[in-house]
Design a protein around this ligand. Sequence first.
Ligand code: PLP
Length: 380
Amino acid sequence: MIPYGKQFLDAEDIQAVVDVLKSDWLTTGPKVAEFEKALAAFTGTKEAVAVSNGTAALHAAVYAAGIGPGDEVIVTPMSFAASANCAVFQGATPVFADVREEDLLIDPGKVERAITGKTKAIIAVDYAGLPCDYDSLTALARARGLVLIADACHAVGGAYKGRPVGSLADLSTFSFHPVKNMTTGEGGAITTDNEEYARRMRMFRSHGVTVDFRQRMESHSWFYEMVDLGWNYRITDFQCALGITQLKKLPGWITRRNEIAARYDAAFLPLAPVVRPVHPSSLILHPASVHGRHLYVIRVPAARRAEIFGALRKQGIGVNVHYIPIHLHPFYRRRFGTGPGLCPAAERAYEELISLPMYPAMTDGEVAAVIGGVRHALGG
Ligand SMILES: *Cc1c(COP(=O)(O)O)cnc(C)c1O
């Protein structure tokens, strides 16, 4: 089976983890701070806060933004449920703004129409790794006094008009799950230029307590206070050691991912209208924008999706569907009364989507096998 996504680990990564396992600090030690510093430098931000997973990163970002009961948060339906769940965790109401037909990214026009007196934030998702329309979203957030959160879990290593992903919103969140662009096993982070947000998130990830264990050790003090309700969203030192070595290799992996995408484009563009790449390389109009290429997604006619999907799986090609629109999940229908018809562009796309294998360790032979598999599945 060629999976849809897969981690890449080498001897350097393994050694870095082993070294930490032999040291005194297994968690919340020097590697957490070192990884945060490296990630902030990589994304061109003042602060990075590392946490236990991408969902914790989103929760911490929503907390830092001061979102609570009665607030509304505008979010895309075309994502993993965590992108909206994070607002619900804090007692807020997610309001879904539909995506643009042409790239399945949240539509700034639809966001504007969804703003009410209760709106506090916008959560944009860089679907498949393509950065959203941050010029429009930033202008809108500034004009209306909203916090802009980028769920950049697909896009780490990408760029928008010469600016690195991670620096494009008030808060940007990452996941380092093994299928993502780089991994720490489980892990996540938030990047921001706002030092107050960073301080609040460091407290939030450790029970809402002001001083962490290491700081207490160093100051020879037993004193701590819980100043707000927080969680245990800490990440370990050995995970951060892996993050440090992975981050060094990320730019090369992004290049490889874009190479694979270009091969897929060349093979699939001639198969229109049956096969339509969602983000052909020609869609990236700005020369200084870089697609993170977490996913390579095609659209096929809805009536043939199940048949083509099944034929690909039967050939050992680990295709997937990203995503069932969030507002169609039973929890959202029950709790918020959402359902079909709310976001027609996302719902139409969902019926047609197939994610093909995409990861940097894919060989040219595996890329060719996927291309051959798609042609075979179409019956040609
Ligand atoms: C993976 C992912 C998350 C959640 O990350 P975890 O590390 O699995 O908690 C959130 N949003 C998006 C867009 C993701 O792809």
